[in-house]
Ligand binder design. Structure first.
Ligand SMILES: Cc1cc2nc3c(=O)[nH]c(=O)nc-3n(C[C@H](O)[C@H](O)[C@H](O)COP(=O)(O)OP(=O)(O)OC[C@H]3O[C@@H](n4cnc5c(N)ncnc54)[C@H](O)[C@@H]3O)c2cc1C
Length: 350
């Protein structure tokens, strides 16, 4: 079959590669590939540390995708001959004061049902990451939460897809000539597709260079709760650091308050961070769904949508690509998953 895919963010690109692997042809349309959420993302593959209360439909998808990731990333790296930035570096989640420690302890009780989690004293955490400052009062160690560099991963996918990526915007899916159309355009509403309840949730991300004398500043992803606010520091293989991420539903530009908050909170956990140089500040929107679970399904005989990946789209892109391909090809998906991801599951839109 020939598929037209609208959107070359991580979801459209992974879906295109999955369909190619299954022997189909694809044309991917995007005026600016990898320019929206996938451009900003830190790339944490964190099914355990991302767990929050009351999202039972999200956990299984995150776990499934995490399991599928190594093989999918390996196949892309091997076929393209490019580094996709997949690292099995672990994750530490730190508490910034005793109230944050209570929050962290409560969450850890839930995380323990989902994956491997070890509670650490501040001293044990500092033994693992000597850059942690005196502000850290306790931590949890999550060895199975890894990372990928979304920019490298998407660059490898783009190179594999080559001329199949057409740098044009699609106004209306009915104008495309293909056996089936997949709409993976994040927040964009495309003509011919029913309006779905997807909303922008903006986040700021800083990219920093670490001076030679501080290398490596940290060797694991360090996440923290500081006075109730989340912050993370993701060390890349090239010695740089990604620092994020704020969350707001208004003002798309890089927020002065957001940048201040990120630097202040990260400094509380890792004081050496203030010796680093900022080389990029980015703000982009996460495509959020009302229950934080993606919306994947057929909206007509010839059109399948795949959006609403919210704050987990890098992690979920692999399972999302496989489910999108199955649904577009008319293959069965287990009923529980199908119900969880149904784009029409929200009452007011059914
Ligand atoms: C600050 C930040 C940090 C994040 N960190 C993480 C993380 O650590 N881990 C994680 O798992 N997730 C993370 N995410 C979430 C993740 O980035 C998103 O869920 C994911 O990138 C969504 O991918 P997508 O392909 O659906 O959308 P996008 O990446 O937004 O791509 C949509 C594409 O559609 C294209 N498009 C739009 N309109 C049209 C049109 N008319 N025709 C053709 N193409 C069109 C756009 O140009 C764009 O390239 C983060 C997000 C943000 C913003």
């Amino acid at each position: 079959m020939h598929f037209a895919i609208v959107g070359a963010g991580i979801v459209g690109l992974c879906t295109a590669w999955e369909l190619r692997q299954r022997g189909h042809t694809v044309t991917v349309y995007d005026p600016n590939p990898v320019s929206e959420a996938s451009f900003a993302a830190a790339g944490m593959l964190a099914p355990v540390s991302e767990v929050v209360w009351d999202q039972p439909n999200l956990y299984p998808l995150m776990q499934r995708s995490k399991k599928l990731y190594p093989e999918f990333a390996r196949s892309v790296a091997e076929a393209s001959g490019m580094d996709v930035g997949y690292l099995t570096s672990e994750t530490l989640v730190c508490a910034g004061d005793s109230a944050d420690r209570v929050t962290l302890n409560e969450l850890t009780e839930l995380q323990e049902h989902i994956g491997q989690v070890h509670r650490l004293s501040a001293r044990e955490a500092r033994a693992m990451e000597p850059a942690l400052g005196p502000g850290v009062v306790g931590a949890v160690h999550i060895p199975g939460d890894h990372q990928i560099d979304p920019r490298k991963f998407c660059a490898a996918l783009l190179s594999l897809l080559g001329d199949a990526v057409v740098r044009e915007a699609v106004e209306d899916v009915d104008k495309l000539t293909a056996d089936h159309v997949i709409v993976a355009a994040g927040l964009a509403q495309i003509g011919g597709v029913p309006t779905l309840p997807v909303r922008p949730v903006y986040g700021d991300v800083l990219r920093l260079d670490v001076p030679e004398y501080l290398q490596p500043l940290v060797t694991r992803t360090v996440r923290a709760v500081v006075r109730g606010r989340p912050v993370y520091v993701v060390p890349r293989g090239d010695g740089t650091i990604v620092l994020g991420a704020t969350s707001r539903e208004d003002s798309p530009g890089v927020s002065a308050e957001g940048v201040h908050q990120l630097l202040r909170d990260a400094h509380h956990i890792i004081p050496g961070l203030w010796q680093c140089t900022i080389n990029e500040m980015t703000a982009r929107a996460r495509p959020g769904s009302p229950d934080d679970v993606p919306m994947i399904g057929r909206v007509s005989e010839h059109v399948t949508v795949s959006t609403g990946y919210f704050r987990h789209g890098i992690l979920l892109s692999v399972v999302g690509a496989k489910l999108t391909a199955d649904i577009a090809l008319g293959k069965p998906v287990d009923p529980e998953t199908q119900r969880a991801i149904d784009p029409f599951r929200f009452k007011e839109h059914s």
